[in-house]
Each structure stands twice: as C-alpha cells, then as structure tokens.
Design a protein around this ligand. Sequence first.
Ligand code: OAD
Length: 263
Amino acid sequence: MSSDPVERTLDDVARRLSDAERILFVTGAGLSADSGLPTYRGVGGLYEDRDTDDGVPIEVALSGSMFAIRPDLTWRYLWEIGASCAGAEPNDAHGFIARLTRERPESWVLTQNVDGLHRRADTRNLVELHGHAFDLLCSRCGREQDTAGLINGYSGAPPDLPPRCECGGVVRPDVVLFEEALPAKAVEALDRLESMRFDVVLAVGTSAMFGYVVRPITRASAAGVPTVEINPGTTDLTNFVRFRLPVPASEAARRLAARLWPE
Ligand code: OAD
C-alpha cells in the first residue's frame, strides 16, 4: 500500500467509481481552470482581491440590476467570459466525466459552468444550472439570436456592446446573472435529481457558494453515500466529504482514469 495519502485516496475513489452504476458530478469553474479559464474565487480566482476596471466588484458588474441600467458595462465582462470560453478546449477532467456518463447512463452532471465545455466533451445527462454563454436571447421580445451572426461567436474584436435585437431590445446570453433567480428548468432539474439515489457523489472545482450546490453533497453524505471533493483549495464542503483529493481536476482525472481503464 502506498504511503502517499493522495495515492491511497485515488485507489479508494477509483474502486467506488468502478463499482458505481449512478454517479453524480457537481462541477464548477475550477473544472475548466485547466482549460485556461479563470475561476471566480479560490485558487486562480480572477477577481479574488480586486475590483473590475470599472471600479465595481465582478458580482456587481455581472448582476441583473447592473444589466438593467448599464448593459454596456455588464456586457464588457460577459464578452471577456465568452471570449475566453470560445478559445478553450475541454480538458482531461471534462473527458473523464463525459466518458463515465456514457458508460454509466444513470449518471448525471450538475454544472454551474456556462462555458459549454461539458457539452463539447459529449457529456450525457447534463444540467447547466446557470445556462450557457453561447445561447443568446433578446431581453425584450425573448427571441433567440444567432450567436455567430450577431457577435461572431465571441471572437475577434468586440462589436458595439450591448448587441441589439431587430426589435431594438438588448440581447443577453441565456445565463443566470448575480441576484437573478434560477430559471424554472434548472429548479425542475434540481427537484428531479433530489429524487434520485446515487452510489457516489463528487464535487469538482467548485467553491460551493450556493445552497442548491451544497445540498446534493450534504444529503448524500447524510445518507451514507461516499462523497468526494476534487479541489486544490478548501471549501465549506471539505469537512463534509468522505474523500478529499487536493489536486487539480485534470490531474485527478488522469490518475483516476489510469486506475479505471488501464491500457
Ligand atoms: P468559484 O470560482 O467560486 O470556485 C472555483 C473553485 O475551483 C475554487 O474552490 C478553487 O479552489 C477551485 N479550483 C481552482 N483551480 C482548480 C483546478 N485546477 N481543479 C479543481 N479545482 C480548482 O467557481 P464556482 O464554484 O463554479 O455564478 O462558482 C459558482 C458560481 O459563482 C458561478 O457559476 C458563477 C459565480 O457566481 C453565476 O454567475 C450565477
């Protein structure tokens, strides 16, 4: 047996995953950190200790109330996020999770990420709680917009922001801004997941700031279901989970994959 505690935990977690039919992954910005995307908080947090160039915290710049009065300002940061997502590729952790959802079809992924990298990795049973940065709609008439046509898929120089619909309304990405409630489809998905039983639950790369993200993990833990946190930093979940892997998500994924699917 290895004397390295991370190696021992990897062995344990790999065994649980290999026996599991139903796995729940709860993912956050840290999962995409190894694809070069910044996180909001914690390790690699872009705005951890500083305001935006507009002199307000990122949570204010990206809030529903700011969007209502200064959509140009909110869009400056929406564009930054969209442009970094447009240039990013799924990493080994997205691939690992996607493969498990394909091999164990009763597994689910609950993500807070709006970057679309889970989709691009061909993940099944995906719930995008906070929406998807590449789906655009008009905030006045609700019409869906062509992201490639209207804003060139977030590539090149930013167009005049905010983009506008034919009706003159301000266009926005179909994402949850700060202060906004979760959309009905996300609430329904959370209710559905609550009625399911999982064999293992993993939190990957999230600071677990929201009750609806914490609950699936604490509920599983209370029911005796093995829980895992993959995060180089610590969070409020750290003391709840049974297994802790304090390493970057893509590294954990590669080391787990080598155990689950040896060449
Ligand atoms: P956060 O930025 O709050 O947290 C990212 C977490 O990932 C931190 O705990 C980091 O320590 C960890 N991390 C950093 N690098 C990592 C790596 N390579 N591998 C694994 N973990 C790593 O991101 P979220 O928890 O996703 O919501 O934030 C939740 C929500 O906060 C976002 O969806 C967004 C924001 O408010 C909305 O926009 C509504």
